[in-house]
Design a protein around this ligand. Structure first.
Ligand code: ZN
Length: 273
């Protein structure tokens, strides 16, 4: 059973709320930490957001929502690099330990996954010194192969671990159950990463039948994932961070009463994580 004191919320779970509304509700429902969505920071700016979150007694984990990294066109690549630098600035401003990197899809106009991954690795290498100076890490989150064409060309734990090892200090992994629960190498790859390189852990469940590849995540206990087992593997590997609830559910939970949604997240954490 997961540590009750490790319960945290990913802001992507409540896109219908402003940052201020989210922080108030998370604190009221017993969450002790949160990851921040970058587009929500624009409401008040990073330093004001840091104060609002701290005043509510919450800790900031990571910042999600940075730009892609796989463009081949020089002007577009420059734009992506600068956008990622602004994301790192925002992470430093709000007190996040890392930005979530999903890296971007197959380079537009190509069919070359290897070259796309290399472009992503090259840009991460370029960003690492910039991030390090600001006390921010790059948190690489492998995404399900179903979205390789649209969102990410890093789709397995092994691929993400290979990239982290090649890049060295300043890069770690974000493990999202929805994306990696099926992987036969999951336990071994978690052990390979080790506690120092496991930066984040995103929790939800996998519904059958799935009705949407992006926004049909299930509540813990309503799907197929053996969450306590994988949470145990995370801890066994040395992960010392937060258990973040991350549920995108446009067709179900987002239509319900938000307080019922958050109360259910906290309750299912106790019974199914
Ligand atoms: Zn995630």
């Amino acid at each position: 059973m997961a540590d009750p004191a490790r319960l945290a919320m990913h802001q992507g779970t409540t896109p219908f709320w402003t940052l201020g509304q989210a922080v108030e509700a998370y604190a009221r429902h017993g969450f002790r930490a949160m990851s921040v969505r970058r587009e929500k920071l624009a409401e008040m700016g990073a330093s004001a957001a840091a104060k609002v979150i701290a005043d509510a007694g919450l800790e900031v984990i990571g910042l999600s929502g940075p730009a892609a990294m796989t463009a081949s066109d020089p002007a577009e690549r420059r734009r992506q690099l600068e956008e990622n630098q602004r994301a790192i600035d925002d992470a430093a401003g709000v007190g996040a330990g890392f930005i979530v990197v999903i890296g971007g899809p197959l380079t537009p106009g190509t069919r070359d996954m290897e070259a796309s991954r290399q472009r992503m690795a090259d840009m991460m290498a370029e960003l690492i010194p910039y991030a390090r100076e600001r006390g921010v890490k790059l948190g690489l989150e492998p995404l399900t192969p179903m979205v390789a064409g649209e969102n990410s060309c890093v789709n397995t734990m092994q691929c993400a671990n290979d990239m982290c090892e090649a890049l060295g200090d300043g890069v770690g992994l974000i493990v999202d159950l929805w994306h990696v629960w099926w992987d036969p190498n999951l336990r071994a790859e978690l052990a390979r990463a080790g506690g120092d390189n496991l930066l984040g852990f995103h929790i939800c469940d996998w519904r059958v039948p799935l009705t949407d590849r992006f926004q049909d995540r299930a509540m813990m206990g309503d799907g197929l994932i053996d969450i306590p087992r994988i949470e145990g593997w995370m801890r066994e590997a040395g992960f010392a961070g937060w258990n973040e609830i991350e549920i995108f559910s446009a067709g179900d939970w987002w239509k319900r009463d938000p307080d019922e949604f958050l109360a259910t997240c906290a309750q299912r954490y106790r019974t199914h994580v």
